[in-house]
Design a binder for this molecule. Structure first.
Ligand SMILES: Cc1cc2nc3c(=O)[nH]c(=O)nc-3n(C[C@H](O)[C@H](O)[C@H](O)COP(=O)(O)O)c2cc1C
Length: 235
């Protein structure tokens, strides 16, 4: 996180032309423009370009083309936003494949990983359960990657409830759905700020702090939270 700017890298787990999940990500991209401190990059198009993960391929070619692009985009992210479809009660293969490629260490020393330790928000559009089962599987996948998920709000969009959510191109046309995406985006921005403030203070073990230092740190944290909330308000 460079000073006050948060970079969010976002993608959907569907490469389908009129994907509703890609539409959710585009809606988030549009909504993110209201936050001057947020940089928003969408990399959905890379998901369908990745080869199927195979460690022989990794050994022979390393990380090239779309694999490299995805890994570098994720490395540069302060936070991730993912929209997952639900396939057979789980996350779809292309999304899992993308996460598998991105999860690999940079080299045989296993000392650096582009994907680890990120704040992550998830949402999804699908059948009546609004991809909730896929989202829970995605949370499980994130455990090894040390992803720190936003818990609430849960954005479970039901495409089959008789209400038009997206148009023929997959653009979100339903206002309550846009509102939910906006709330999730705000929660991700706040969560990223909180985690980043925590990282800055955790360099010294808490037990070594004097009472005065603790008091000052808490005061500073509260001040940051107030500033964060202020900066979230539309200009
Ligand atoms: C192989 C397959 C399995 C599916 N399984 C589920 C499912 O378990 N739950 C669900 O809600 N929708 C399921 N669907 C329907 C998808 O939710 C729907 O196709 C959705 O629009 C896909 O997301 P997209 O529009 O972003 O591509 C399935 C679709 C396919 C092709």
């Amino acid at each position: 996180m460079s000073s006050n700017t948060i970079k969010i890298v976002a993608f959907a787990g569907s490469s389908r032309q009129a994907s509703a999940n890609a539409g959710l990500i585009r809606a988030a991209q549009e909504l993110a423009k209201a936050y001057p401190n947020v940089e928003f990059e969408v990399v959905t198009e890379l998901i369908g370009q990745l080869p199927l993960y195979d460690s022989d391929l990794e050994t022979a070619k390393g990380f090239t083309g779309p694999v490299k692009k995805l890994r570098e985009a994720i490395r540069s992210a302060d936070a991730l936003l993912i929209a997952t479809p639900e396939y057979n009660y789980s996350l779809p293969g292309p999304l899992k494949n993308a996460i598998d490629w991105a999860s690999r260490p940079d080299d045989a020393t296993y000392s650096s990983f582009p994907t680890f330790d990120k704040p992550v928000a998830i949402m999804g559009a699908g059948g009546a359960m609004g991809t909730s089962r896929a989202q829970y599987h995605l949370r499980q996948v994130g455990v090894y990657l040390n992803w720190h998920f936003v818990n609430k709000p849960e954005v479970n969009v039901n495409l089959w409830g008789g209400k038009q959510i997206t148009d023929a191109e997959g653009e979100v046309v339903d206002e309550p759905t846009r509102e939910q995406i906006k709330s999730l985006l705000e929660a991700l921005i706040q969560w990223t700020g909180r985690l980043s403030a925590g990282k800055a203070t955790s360099t010294k073990a808490l037990k070594d702090w004097s009472k005065e230092e603790l008091k000052a740190a808490l005061k500073e944290q509260k001040k940051k939270e107030r500033e964060e909330k202020k900066s979230l308000r539309k200009p």
